[in-house]
Design a protein around this ligand. Structure first.
Ligand code: F6P
Length: 323
């Protein structure tokens, strides 16, 4: 394989740049030419390619975001969109593609691989909900950002004896909320995978005050039935009876914008280098992830057909440790 391309797709994740750098420099070592694709699958359909040499990816390992840009691209879900992409790849003489992204991106990668085009995925999403990797690029940094916010909120909450709800990302998955809640010492956590009774959350907060805590903190996932807004509204409606209210902080995209941590730089470097090497060695239609701290190769059709389980028993651990 003489010419490969690399793209980043879906929500950006800190460490994507480190992965691009590793793909480029590993492929150059294997004497292949590398092209970056601007704006994910949207740029692939448009044939928006950028030649990348070793120096073009210099000085990016420490930068958040993605130098190639990213996009969510519904057109790529259609056979017409994928045909246009294949034509663009062929016009450029590109023989293989590395796709750095999460569930939606790897579904696109699998659809392209199913046409016979060589594709290798790299596991990257701050949600950590991708089958085939214990941990994905961006999770560590995003969680550290959430924890910094939680630690700060606890300081001001303690000064005022207040209760706060902090909302973290995760439209369909509770991993970021569960981990930030445990590591941040939350009194309660709400996630999409487990239904939540707001009265149970109120009980946890009341018990925290009774134990003499100067603050109470709930971590809510964006996609939970009781996300921050709905929980705070419930508390507002019931304030006279409950005796306290919830102040709301929604972290949103702040979590995605950080400089990648050491863990994310290393993970992205290992996965990006392995992806380029496997592609040059002739592997295709697979996702490169990390399982038991070793590079793991999982067929993309297995990845897209499987759901990564969330250990919801950890909710109980969070409750026990919140004493
Ligand atoms: O999938 C990563 C993620 O950050 C989710 O946690 C979040 O729900 C979603 O992307 C937000 O997507 P967008 O940036 O397109 O609004």
């Amino acid at each position: 394989m003489r010419r490969i391309a690399v793209l980043t797709s879906g929500g950006d994740a800190p460490g994507m740049n480190a992965a691009i750098r590793a793909v480029v420099r590993t492929a150059l070592e294997g004497e292949a030419e590398v092209f970056g694709v601007r704006r994910g699958y949207r740029g692939l359909i448009a044939g928006d390619f950028l030649p990348l040499g070793a120096r073009d990816v210099g000085g990016i390992i420490q930068r958040g975001g993605t130098m190639l840009g990213s996009a969510r691209c519904p057109e790529f879900r259609t056979p017409e969109g994928r045909t246009q992409a294949l034509e663009a790849l062929s016009r450029q003489g590109i023989e293989g593609l590395v796709v750095i992204g999460g569930n939606g991106s790897q579904t696109g990668a699998q659809a392209l691989a199913a046409t016979g085009f060589p594709v290798v995925g790299v596991a990257s999403t701050i949600d950590n909900d991708l089958y085939g990797s214990d941990i994905t690029i961006g999770v560590d940094t995003a969680l550290n950002i959430a924890l910094e916010a939680i630690d700060r909120l606890k300081v001001t909450a303690s000064s005022h004896h207040r209760a706060f709800v902090v909302e973290v990302m995760g439209r369909d998955c509770g991993y970021p909320a569960l981990m930030a809640g445990i590591a941040g010492g939350a009194e309660a956590i709400t996630i999409p995978e487990v239904d939540c009774d707001p009265e149970a959350v109120a009980d946890e907060i009341r018990r925290a005050y009774e134990r003499g805590k100067p603050h109470a903190l709930v971590v809510a996932a964006e996609g939970a039935r009781y996300n921050a807004e709905r929980l705070a509204n419930y508390f507002k409606e019931q304030q006279a009876r409950l005796g306290f209210e919830l102040r709301v902080t929604i972290l949103g995209h702040v979590q995605r914008g950080g400089a990648p941590s050491f863990a994310d730089r290393m993970l992205a470097t290992r996965l990006g280098a392995a992806a380029a090497q496997r592609l040059l060695d002739g592997q295709r239609g697979v996702l490169i992830g990390l399982i038991d701290n070793a590079i793991a190769v999982t067929p993309l059709d297995v990845v897209v057909a499987s759901k990564k389980p969330l250990d919801t028993a950890l909710l109980n651990l969070a409750r026990v440790l919140a004493k």
